[in-house]
Design a protein around this ligand. Structure first.
Ligand SMILES: O=C(O)CCC(=O)C(=O)O
Ligand SMILES: [Fe+2]
Length: 224
């Protein structure tokens, strides 16, 4: 693929794709039962204290995707052990289940010879029909281990770019419920975002009537 002309990889492609070096899309990685369990777990994690919250940005805006943090609390732009920009509660501990999933996701993406890191951050983003996420880099961690992303519910348009700017080259990928996307190596600090969610594309069978959930798993690199 000509790297300057990466653009759109959907809807025809539902095969495993290396979208950019180190950025791997694995469609349908989670089966329906795993998705159903994750949706149920997200619903629990969303309860207060330290539950689902609207994130305010320093410029006075609000992120349209609402968020729950696990392990470390992310706020614009850093991490804390308590919900410093919300109810002040201690962040919910990072669940073992997500550590196990993250490690198997890394091996799925890069092969079993790779030794996955100590995943300790989970960010759950909830998107309603109008929510989106602007292009950004995940750069508040101190480690450069791959980011693992799991999608549940409604499909979305996911834009995966380059490390230099929000501009081209980028690739637009459709992420559907159960898809895995891992970005590490040369793509670990690439710009990415969610320009659009496609309402009504999810399946009620996983226990989500509407909306999209995304779980991103990361390694903090912080000392306790
Ligand atoms: O919702 C997604 O697929 C991406 C989420 C994301 O980029 C983030 O939480 O940093
Ligand atoms: Fe991100």
């Amino acid at each position: 693929m000509d790297d300057d002309h990466r653009e759109v990889l959907f809807p025809l492609t539902r095969e495993r794709t290396e979208v950019a070096p180190g950025a791997v899309h694995v469609p349908d990685w989670l089966d329906q039962e795993q998705q159903r369990r994750l949706v149920a777990a997200c619903r629990e994690w969303a309860r207060p204290p330290a539950g689902l919250r609207t994130v305010r940005t320093p410029g006075g805006g609000e992120m349209t995707a609402r968020q729950v943090c696990l392990g470390w609390h992310w706020y614009p732009y850093g991490y804390a052990r308590t919900v410093v920009d919300g109810d002040g509660a201690p962040v919910t501990p990072f669940p073992d289940l997500l550590g196990t999933l993250a490690r198997s996701a890394v091996r799925e993406a890069y092969g079993t010879a790779v030794e996955p890191g100590a995943y300790d951050i989970g960010l759950v983003n909830f998107y309603d029909a109008h929510a989106r996420m602007g292009l950004h880099r995940d750069s508040d961690e101190r480690a450069d281990e791959p980011v693992v992303s799991l999608s549940l519910g409604d499909s979305c348009l996911f834009r995966f770019g380059n490390t230099e700017s929000r501009g081209r080259p980028y690739t637009d990928v459709e992420l559907r419920s159960g898809d895995l996307f891992v970005f590490g190596g040369p793509s670990r600090f690439a710009y990415h975002g969610v320009p659009k969610v496609y309402p009504g594309t999810g399946s009620a069978a996983i226990g989500m009537e509407r909306g999209r959930l995304n779980i991103t798993l990361r390694v903090s690199g912080f000392a306790d």
